[in-house]
Design a protein around this ligand. Structure first.
Ligand code: FE2
Ligand code: FE2
Length: 168
């Protein structure tokens, strides 16, 4: 008998648990990519207000990593297995990640805002899917979505500060 058999905590999930695990694994892949994108951009970014931007990017990287941890724990709790390799992240990703070609602060902020907006849309759709199926995952995704909304706001404010300095 596998450890997930006869678990009431899994049985209360309405709908297809495997389908839910697939959706969570897509988010899991995207969180690792978001983590890496922030982590790398914090190393490479150049230009005005760089120090402020680095602090924000590092903070976001930490939070995307926490999201990956939450998702992995929930996937395992549901009897699934988190994606085993970075190659699988690439095959499963939703929002994904475009390699940074321009390290200038404005380009970095815009690129990361794009990523956050994609994540916000994905998690919002996931909440609609989960609404009448799984309150535990719903609650977790709601928490993650709130963080992504805050990330978009943080980056948008920095971009605004930057363009104010430049008088654009
Ligand atoms: Fe995230
Ligand atoms: Fe985020």
């Amino acid at each position: 008998m596998s450890s997930s058999e006869n678990r009431v905590g899994i049985a209360i999930v309405k709908g297809d648990v495997n389908e839910l695990i697939t959706k969570l694994n897509q988010a899991y892949a995207d969180e690792w990519m978001a983590y890496y994108q922030y982590w790398l951009c914090a190393k490479l970014v150049e230009g005005p207000i760089r120090v402020q931007v680095i602090a924000e990017l590092e903070e976001h990287a930490k939070q995307e990593h926490q999201h990956a941890t939450l998702l992995a724990d929930r996937i395992i709790q549901l009897g699934g297995i988190p994606l085993l390799t970075p190659m699988a992240w690439e095959q499963t990703k939703g929002c994904g990640y475009d390699a940074t070609k321009n390290a200038y602060v404005q380009a970095v902020l815009e690129e990361n805002i794009k990523g956050e907006q994609c994540a916000i849309r994905y998690y919002n759709e996931l909440l609609v899917y989960l609404e009448d199926k799984d309150p535990v995952t719903y609650d977790m995704i709601l928490h993650i979505l709130a963080d992504e909304v805050e990330h978009e706001e943080d980056l948008t404010k920095l971009l605004h500060d930057l363009t104010s300095i430049k008088g654009v």
